[in-house]
Write a protein that binds this ligand. Structure first.
Ligand code: PLP
Length: 405
């Protein structure tokens, strides 16, 4: 690897010394020919895996037809994707953008406008500890991670922060505050360490938002798009939000973001209030439409539930002793978004597993995150367990020894 100081690419990421060249399904190859099982899918992005034949054919066809035309014109593919998202979510309308932070930025603007329309001049939005909503100035201000905020102050004001899964804390933090307009949460906190919120908590927040006239906004950028075995993670709780943000898996690797809104949030953003040049371009919309079409046609939500259970069961059985001793604190998540929390910071496993031919990530310092393509098979899940578990055991043994020394 060339030293970062000699690169013309700005040094904003910690990278492995690997350059991926091509992929097929859940397998990728680097430029030296070494193969890897992909258990992270570009951070929950490659929904259909790599080089999916129908996805590739559709995008090729679209490239030869129309890539971009701006939002000066009607874009029928936007209508098609918005209609599919509305049907799957039980919501009404979609605004399209290209990334996750843009979807959240749109939601924050919508919530503020909702407040202003009701005569609230300084609207405030409830956000959570350990949350992640992006790295723009507004979304990093909403994010519950001081490390992401450090050096970028002053932060955007108008946020009230609460701990997750604690309805009393939410009530107390918002009591007698007439400026609250919305609650924004991730049904499963992704970057925060794959931490699902209780279904009962989600229902309680929905009810509180209804009582108070607040918007309930869910960030499903990481946990949505079928990853948990339902279209959207909040659907496990049997509730419907007022605003939902999507990105990552929506375009199977093509940048597509969306803010989906229910009735209560329709008609708030008007022509001239918001927009983005690339948002909803025909290539991106085709990627979204084809992703949904193939997910549905191939019954991939059922695959997620089945293979997710198989993977979780395999990990739980193989790490039973470590779970019992507390060296593995927990195995969490839903479907194919799983976190394995260890008792020690385990960032080194990212590199060590890659050397063994397994791509994953480590988040929140102590949590191994698995977010493979939704086409993962049980045999591939077994392979993840077979490579990962010995690495975890070696790591835990070495950590225990050095902690005792
Ligand atoms: C990744 C992520 C974002 C930010 O998305 P970008 O496309 O990187 O801007 C926001 N929220 C959640 C929950 C995410 O996982």
């Amino acid at each position: 690897m060339t030293a970062a100081t000699h690169s013309h690419v700005m040094d904003t990421y910690t990278r492995l010394p690997i350059a991926l060249s091509h992929g097929q399904g859940c397998r990728v190859w680097d430029t030296t020919g070494k193969s890897y099982l992909d258990a992270i899918g570009g951070i929950a992005v490659n929904t259909l895996g790599h080089n999916h034949p129908d996805f590739v054919a559709a995008l090729r066809e679209q490239l030869g037809r129309l890539v971009h035309c701006s939002n000066y014109y009607q874009v029928p593919l936007q209508e098609e994707l918005a209609q599919r998202l509305a049907t799957l979510s039980g919501m009404e309308q979609a605004f399209f953008c290209s990334t996750g932070l843009e979807a959240n930025e749109a939601a924050l603007k919508l919530a503020r406008k909702y407040g202003h329309d009701r005569g609230i001049d300084r609207p405030e939005i409830v956000v959570y500890e350990k949350s992640f909503h992006g790295r723009s100035i507004a979304t990093l201000s909403a994010t519950g991670n001081p490390k992401i905020q450090a050096g970028f102050e002053p932060l955007v004001e108008g946020f009230v922060r609460v701990p997750p899964d604690d309805i009393d804390a939410l009530r107390i933090a918002t009591a007698k505050n007439p400026n609250i307009v919305a609650v924004l949460l991730e049904p499963i906190q992704g970057e925060g360490g794959v931490r699902p919120m209780d279904d009962a908590y989600l229902r309680a927040v929905r009810a509180l938002c209804d009582d108070q006239g607040w918007l309930w906004m869910v960030d499903e950028i990481q946990c949505g798009m079928g990853r948990t075995g339902k279209w959207f993670a909040h659907q496990w709780a049997g509730v419907v939000p007022d605003v939902m943000t999507l990105a990552k898996g929506l375009g199977s690797g093509v940048p597509v973001g969306a803010m989906v809104v229910g009735k209560k949030a329709c008609g708030i953003l008007r022509p001239g209030n918001h927009g983005t040049t690339f948002g909803g371009n025909p290539l991106a919309m085709r990627a979204g439409v084809e992703t949904l079409r193939i997910l549905e046609r191939d019954g991939l939500l059922d695959n997620v539930a089945r293979v997710g259970d198989h993977l979780r069961g395999g990990l739980t059985a193989a790490l039973a002793e470590e779970l019992h001793s507390g060296a593995v604190r927990a195995i969490r998540g839903r479907g194919l978004l799983l976190g394995i929390e260890l008792a020690y910071p385990c960032g080194v496993l990212w590199k060590q597993c890659a050397e063994q031919g397994l791509l994953l990530s480590v988040t929140a310092e102590t949590v191994i995150r698995l977010a493979p393509p939704l086409v993962l098979t049980c045999a591939e899940a077994d392979e993840i367990v077979r490579i990962l578990v010995p690495q975890v055991r070696d790591f835990l043994r070495a950590s225990a020894t050095s902690a005792a020394a």
